[in-house]
Design a protein around this ligand. Structure first.
Ligand code: 5RP
Length: 252
């Protein structure tokens, strides 16, 4: 098993945040403190609601350090975060070797495998995870689980080429996901969600037996023609930080 450590609570935060928000912030701040150091010059910034706290903590490290760094986004949201924080924006095509990427996750299992893509950013997130010497996950305690699919019920996010989606729904169904569906944008006649790369997303729930071997499942889905990327991140994280409701942080 992966060793689990609990670190002391950080100093109390100033504004009143909900327990969940405090947990996200604790995870993010602790991960930055542990993994983003002076020598790290190329930093990947992930997506989701935990990542703003990563950027917040990086900004607190001061202009002197940050002025020598470049920050690579995993999507529109993180690009905005980087720009608004006055950090230097780069891209992975300019900097294909990243020192550290910190990202959120929808769920993390006992082996540090993750479901990602709840925000439909998992293609770029995986590229920035793979390109990083160190890939760290930050989340609140609700994402910490034993088997993937236990807490994140929407299914495995699969980014697909738009014209292939109907065939892929059939094929994903044949793989065992009877309730796979095309992710739709919220609101009236909004239509399918379109990723930053112009693709669609299929959400494919699989039963517990299949989710117990996420790497095998990833391989099967990835083989389907028209699949661009799968939101299963296997054996990629060096560590995962979970903020807990009592103000401590669990590190897997
Ligand atoms: C987006 C992602 C996010 O990292 C994931 O959805 C977690 O987000 P949050 O921190 O809001 O829970 O994978 O594609």
């Amino acid at each position: 098993g992966v060793p689990v450590a609990v670190v002391e609570p950080l100093a109390p935060v100033k504004q009143e945040l909900s327990v969940i928000e405090k947990s996200k912030r604790l995870a993010a701040w602790t991960a930055v403190d542990h993994h983003i150091h002076e020598e790290h010059k190329v930093i990947g910034i992930g997506s989701g609601s935990t990542v703003p706290y990563v950027v917040e903590r990086i900004v607190q490290q001061g202009e002197k350090l940050n002025h020598e760094r470049v920050f690579l986004p995993t999507g529109f949201q993180s690009k905005e975060l980087i720009v608004k924080a006055n950090l230097r924006l780069g891209d992975v095509d300019q900097y294909p070797s990243i020192d550290v990427t910190i990202d959120g996750a929808d769920e993390v299992d006992h082996d540090l495998n993750c479901i990602k893509g709840g925000g439909a950013c998992h293609l770029r997130e995986k590229v920035l995870a793979e390109a990083a010497e160190t890939w760290i996950v930050v989340a609140d305690y609700r994402k910490n689980s034993d088997v993937l699919g236990t807490t994140y019920k929407q299914g495995v996010p699969i980014e697909v080429a738009p014209f292939a989606y109907a065939k892929l729904l059939q094929n994903v169904h044949l793989l065992g996901s009877e309730n796979a569906c095309l992710r739709m944008a919220k609101g009236g006649k909004a239509g399918p969600v379109v990723t930053d790369n112009g693709n669609f997303v299929i959400d494919a729930p699989f039963d517990e037996e299949m989710m117990r071997d996420p790497h095998e499942l990833l391989t099967k889905i990835k083989m389907l023609t028209g699949v661009v990327e799968v939101g299963l991140f296997c054996h990629m994280a060096q560590a995962a930080y979970f903020g807990n409701a009592d103000g401590s942080v669990t590190i897997k």
